[in-house]
Design a protein around this ligand. Structure first.
Ligand SMILES: [Zn+2]
Length: 214
């Protein structure tokens, strides 16, 4: 079973991918991670990528294809792949088909975790943590029992991540839409796209994905 998992930052894609790895023995193939690992391990394709990056150039589609090909060979036929952040263009989608076919595989599902943008803004901008122990809170969903005092350690200092602001969230959403716009129609046409409500609880999202994968 090979799938593409789509969703904007904050939709919980990482958590769901992790669960698929643990529960179904699948492997998440993030091109960024694969690239870093290949460079570090000094594999042939890693060395090629390293040279390109040292010249300050972008890693080509061809190198990315080689990375995926090598990874699929290493994984073996029985391990399902979760593609994350790839493909992003029609050309990449076509080469992914080719690579998979050369391994006797094909894409089974494209699952998009859908989010409501305004609700996502509320979810992300409301997050804060205790500065002493790191306990997580939320303006709307999880205030400390005593205002201004951490439930876990009694600390009174809290902090927010600078990225957790409305502008950043909206920019990321726009980037996400721009990135997926070229590839979604390709998979829609094949009838393999499913959408899951990414605003539901983590367990509910997992349940919905399970139902799709069967
Ligand atoms: Zn605390």
């Amino acid at each position: 079973m090979d799938i593409i998992l789509l969703g904007p930052p904050g939709a919980g894609k990482g958590t769901q991918a992790q669960r698929l790895e643990q529960q179904r023995g699948m492997r998440q193939l993030s091109t960024g991670d694969m690239l870093r690992a290949a460079v570090k391990a000094g594999t042939p394709v890693g060395l090629k990528a390293k040279a390109v990056m040292e010249r300050g150039e972008l890693v080509s589609d061809e190198i990315v294809s080689e990375l995926i090909d090598a990874e699929l060979t290493a994984m073996g036929a029985s391990t399902g792949a979760i593609f994350d952040g790839y493909p992003r263009t029609a050309a990449q989608a076509a080469s992914l088909d080719e690579i998979l076919a050369s391994h006797g595989r094909s894409l089974d599902h494209v699952i998009e975790l859908e989010v409501d943008e305004d609700a996502l803004v509320e979810r992300i901008t409301g997050r804060f943590t205790c500065a002493s122990c790191g306990a997580g809170y939320h303006d709307t969903f999880k205030q400390p029992v005593v205002e201004g005092v951490c439930d876990s350690c009694g600390g009174t200092e809290f902090k927010r991540r600078p990225d957790d602001n409305e502008e950043t969230v909206r920019t990321r959403m726009a980037e996400y839409r721009a990135k997926t716009a070229p590839i979604l129609p390709i998979y829609e046409e094949r009838g393999i796209v499913s959408r899951v409500d990414g605003m539901a609880s983590i367990d509910e999202v997992t349940g919905a994905i399970d139902a799709i994968l069967g």
